[in-house]
Each structure stands twice: as C-alpha cells, then as structure tokens.
Design a protein around this ligand. Structure first.
Ligand SMILES: *[C@@H]1O[C@H](CO)[C@@H](O)[C@H](O)[C@H]1NC(C)=O
Ligand SMILES: *[C@@H]1O[C@H](CO)[C@@H](O)[C@H](O)[C@H]1NC(C)=O
Ligand SMILES: *[C@@H]1O[C@H](CO)[C@@H](O)[C@H](O)[C@H]1NC(C)=O
Length: 268
C-alpha cells in the first residue's frame, strides 16, 4: 500500500523532528480521510506504474500488460469495488511505490540573486525562478525516481488545491545538485548561494496524472531520460533544481492529499 512519507522513520536531528511533529498534529479524522485517499492514490499509482518494475519484484505466472491492469482498475473503481481491487493487488503481492515528501522546498530567484528565501510550501517557477528540492530517505527499497504528480482537477478542487500556469509545463528540467555537507544551508537560500548543478537528470511533465494515464504512449511516464531511475538503497540524500525555461508555474506544495508537486517515488 502506498504511503506518503515525509521523512525517514528515525529522526536524526531537529529539522526532521519538526517535520514529524507536524505530521503527528493531524487529527484522527484527518488521518482516516488521509488513509482513504492514500488507498485511492495507490490504485492510481498502480495504473501509472510500469509493470516491468512490478514484474521484477515478484513472480507472476505471466507478465501482465498495462491494459490488463487498467481493466482490473476500471472494475475496482469507484468505491464499492475499491476493497476488492485492493485485495487483488495485495493478493498478487504488488508493492506500490512510496511517495516521499521533500524535506526542503526553496525558491532561488535570479532576478534578486542575493535575496534569501526560506524553505516552505510556496513554489514559483519562471524563466528567472528555480525551485530547489531536497529529499532524504533511508530504506531497503533500492530504486527511486522523481516525478511531477498532478492529481486530477476534481481531486484538486475537492482538496482545495490548485495551480496557475502559463506556457509549456510539459518538460520541466530537473537538475541534480551537489548536496551541501550542512543541510541547514538548504533551509534558507539565495540564487547566488544555491548548490552547483551537477547534471541534467531529465524532464517531468506537470500535467494531470489522470490525463497521462489515459494516453497509452505515456503509460508509466516518470522522469524522462537521461536518468529515469537511480539507486537509493539505505541513507540517501538528493538535492535537485526544478527549472522552467519558458513558462510560469505557481502553487503550494503541502503535505496532504491529493498530491500536487514534485515528488520522490521509491520502489520496492
Ligand atoms: C538507516 O537505517 C538502518 C536500518 O534501520 C540503520 O541501521 C541506520 O543507522 C540508518 N542510517 C541513518 C543514517 O539513519
Ligand atoms: C547527483 O550528484 C551527486 C554529486 O555528484 C552524486 O553523488 C549523485 O549520485 C547524483 N545523483 C544522481 C541521481 O545522478
Ligand atoms: C504531458 O502529458 C499530457 C497529458 O496530460 C500529454 O498530452 C503530453 O503529450 C505530455 N507531454 C510530454 C512532453 O510528455
């Protein structure tokens, strides 16, 4: 079952404990709603998710094609059959990808290169604004990928979320940055002080997951070449810069369902 995981399970220092506190403050009712939504997301994740990965983690009599799974999911949707659909997945020992919420989300503004921005929910991308993201994981799941996760407009409006965009947001660049020794330096940052770019990992498509899933050729679309997946077994830190060369995109990335934003997905 997919989880939306904000941090590694054993807090290491203050900033992680703070994040944990925020999570613990969620009310039981909210948590219940959250788990229902997570279940829905798990189904969506499975649909979006390429079976070669699933196939590699367990033995099936034959490798299911994406269309087969889609058919199963269509049957499992909406709710009366949701449990049944989930049972099928569990039965087949599918492990859903785990979504990791970033630890830092910081703006870097080339138009005000020395202005300091604090890590927070506000995401602003433009030809002069990049966003720096940092994730940390420590798990036995060996592979990760980055993705732009945009829930359907119905889900977003039900969750009082949304975004504004202008221009082409279908190929946002993701650059790998060197992770500074002192992670605190990521908490408040300026354009001039941001970590150096190491390499272009690929691009992500900031459009509705639902619409992408409907297109066969985009089935299981994740970050595009050159680095679709990377190793993330054990303690792993990754810092990236999201760049939008000819567009504007603004939204708040908050730790709640439905997901909206740039996410690290971890695979069993
Ligand atoms: C990562 O997890 C393993 C197993 O739970 C633990 O032994 C190790 O200390 C953790 N590493 C860090 C840096 O937290
Ligand atoms: C990103 O760059 C760092 C520093 O060079 C490197 O250790 C890491 O493996 C790179 N990550 C990916 C996913 O390429
Ligand atoms: C991005 O996804 C949309 C569907 O939401 C699709 O129409 C479009 O072709 C995709 N673009 C790229 C570059 O993959």
């Amino acid at each position: 079952m997919a989880e939306y995981t904000p941090l590694m399970s054993a807090p290491q220092d203050d900033d992680e404990i703070e994040t944990k506190k925020q999570v613990e403050e969620l009310s039981p009712r909210y948590v219940l709603l959250f788990s229902v939504l997570v279940a829905l997301m798990a189904i969506a994740a499975a649909a979006a998710f390429h079976l070669s990965v699933l196939g590699a983690t367990h033995e099936t009599p034959r490798l299911l094609r994406p269309k087969d799974i889609e058919a199963t999911l269509r049957m499992a949707h909406p709710s009366p059959n949701l449990e049944k659909g989930h049972a099928i997945m569990v039965n087949k020992k599918f492990k859903f990808p785990r979504m990791m919420f970033p630890m830092f989300i910081v703006r870097a503004n080339a138009a005000a290169p020395d202005e300091l921005y604090k890590s927070g929910a506000s995401v602003v991308l433009s030809p002069t604004d990049s966003m720096i993201y940092h994730w940390r994981t420590n798990s036995t799941w060996p592979k990760c990928y980055l993705t732009a996760w945009v829930s359907s407009s119905e889900e977003l409006s039900a969750g009082h979320k949304g975004y504004t965009s202008d221009g082409d947001v279908t190929a946002l660049e993701i650059w790998n940055l060197s992770t500074p020794e002192n992670r605190k330096s990521l908490e408040t940052m300026s354009w001039n002080a941001r970590p150096a770019r190491v390499s272009l990992l690929g691009t992500v498509n900031f459009t509705s997951r639902e619409a992408q899933n409907r297109l066969g050729y985009l089935d299981a679309q994740e970050i595009s070449a050159p680095t679709p997946r990377f190793d993330c077994l054990g303690d792993t830190k990754i810092t990236v810069e999201v760049v939008c060369k000819a567009c504007r995109l603004e939204f708040d990335q908050v730790f709640s369902m439905p997901p909206l934003g740039f996410e690290l997905m971890q695979l069993a």
